[in-house]
Design a protein around this ligand. Structure first.
Ligand code: 6GU
Length: 229
């Protein structure tokens, strides 16, 4: 998979993707991430990429031209799935990340607090938000999208990092986990987990997943029950 990120702040992306599992996926050749500063595509001698809004108002608006020029500089951009990060987009969820993970080439434009010229939208396929809160820029959202997508690619996670049991993979949250010590400050590990009875452990975990999902995410629980009736 190849991912191109269009941003005015390459320094917010590059050091982060070098780390951890995404960094490993890059060095193992499972994914190529290319960061493009679209300021380099400004047509202005001061390298400006924003201007005053027509009709007046506060703030500045990102111009369409540098963004489209940067987009067109990307080899194969026509075939890529082109995503804009914006609070006005569809809220990211696991099935959206899954559908992105089947693509060969993603291009992600990091939106900006000041907004962009409406005509930018005509050059992209979809718009994604990561939740109902305000960020200063789309870079954080782009990183969230990249992480959630890359980990679903074949060969990126090893067996013990498997995403088969992920929260949301079946529409339920995960069961509680414990590791050594068996007792910490008087708090015991549930007896069944020490029993060696795999059937009993599975039954306990299934029960805990349902209980936890019902308590914390009634919306997910109701959907799960409806699907499994
Ligand atoms: Cl994608 N961008 C910004 N600026 N704020 C957000 C967001 C995106 N998703 C949630 N809040």
């Amino acid at each position: 998979m190849r991912i191109d990120v269009l941003t005015l702040f390459p320094g917010m992306i590059l050091p982060v993707i070098k780390e951890s599992i995404i960094g490993r996926a890059i060095s193992e050749g499972n994914v190529t991430i290319n960061v493009i500063d679209f300021r380099d595509f400004s047509t202005n001698k001061h390298q400006k990429v924003d201007d005053y809004p027509f009709g007046g108002g506060v703030g500045m608006v990102l111009q369409v031209e540098p963004i489209v020029r940067a987009l067109r500089s990307i080899e194969g951009y026509q075939e890529a799935l082109k995503i804009i990060t914006t609070p006005q987009g569809e809220t990211l969820h696991q099935s959206l990340s899954e559908s992105f993970s089947h693509q060969d080439h993603l291009i992600i434009l990091c939106g900006h607090y000041e907004g962009f010229d409406e005509r930018v939208r005509d050059y992209f396929d979809c718009e994604v938000s990561i939740g109902d809160y305000v960020l200063t820029g789309g870079e954080y959202a782009a990183l969230v999208i990249i992480d959630s997508v890359i980990r679903l690619r074949p060969g990126v996670l090893n067996k013990d990092e498997s995403h088969q049991d992920d929260s949301f993979s079946e529409g339920l949250l995960e069961y509680p986990q414990y590791t050594r010590p068996r007792v910490f400050e008087g708090k015991d590990v549930p007896e069944v987990l020490l029993s060696g009875n795999h059937q009993a452990i599975k039954a306990w975990r299934d029960h805990e997943r349902l209980k936890r999902t019902k308590e914390r995410r009634k919306d997910l629980y109701d959907r799960y029950i409806k699907r499994h009736k």
